[in-house]
Design a protein around this ligand. Structure first.
Ligand code: DC
Length: 230
């Protein structure tokens, strides 16, 4: 039986478009925990860089972006049950989910100064425990002592199909092959960057959800949570 007074830290890491945030959000709601979408924070910095002309065809103006990181204040708000990402008082939720941000975010996330800023903010947000945080390095870097770590994956094709359906559902004109290419490129960049690459923590539980429904995944993770709480 779950001990309702004990609060733990839950780290959900894994590849892009594995449904980490959907699961993390429903877990947080069920447990009455805080939910932190760390990918949104990297996306927010990328959006800022694009908006300020710090990314163009020749790449990222790295030194300038680093010198302006203090100008970026990221927070979250709940609007009609939906999590919205706010950058300097502007709701950028829609913008950070588009392909332009997606195509540049892995490069921005590979900059150590960007990671240092965001990791410190994430550690602060989760400092009171009772948090579900999803990302790439939560179980390895942000909260290496998290009581429960889950590493989610699925085949690239399955993930691309899910992402394609989601973008189409939002009315974005996207091509399946572009979405697949973006997912494969992001996997490569995430797994091969020097600073905090995407890697499963030794003590994380692997969850390949290629053939699992959301309910099956949710039930499985809840049983892991109950174990961690007992
Ligand atoms: O989870 P997502 O697809 O919204 O994440 C966007 C990008 O941010 C992803 O390509 C990798 C990066 N990221 C990261 O490097 N570390 C995290 N903790 C979360 C995301």
């Amino acid at each position: 039986m779950e001990n309702t007074n004990k609060k733990i830290t839950i780290a959900i890491d894994g590849h892009s478009s594995t449904g980490k945030s959907t699961i993390a959000k429903s877990l947080a709601k069920y447990l009455n925990y805080i939910y932190v979408d760390t990918g949104a924070m990297y996306r927010a910095v990328t959006w800022f860089a694009l908006k300020q002309g710090l990314i163009d065809d020749s790449g990222i103006k790295r030194v300038q972006l680093i010198s302006r990181l203090d100008e970026i204040s990221i927070s979250f708000t709940n609007i009609s049950g939906e999590n919205h990402t706010i950058v300097n008082d502007l709701d950028v939720e829609r913008e950070i989910r588009g392909l332009e941000v997606a195509n540049n975010v892995s490069k921005v996330a590979s900059i150590p100064e960007v990671r240092r800023k965001l990791v410190a903010e994430q550690q602060f947000l989760g400092s009171a425990k009772g948090v579900v945080m999803d990302g790439r390095d939560i179980g390895t870097v942000v909260f290496p002592k998290a009581e429960l770590k889950v590493f989610m994956t699925a085949s690239a094709d399955v993930r691309a199909q899910r992402r394609y359906n989601e973008l189409r559902g939002k009315g974005e004109e996207v091509d399946f092959d572009d979405v697949l290419k973006n997912i494969e490129e992001r996997d490569f960049l995430d797994e091969n960057r020097k600073d905090s690459p995407l890697v499963k923590a030794d003590d994380a539980i692997l969850l390949d959800n290629s053939k699992l429904s959301r309910n099956q995944q949710f039930d499985h993770i809840i049983s892991l949570v109950n174990n961690a709480l007992s």
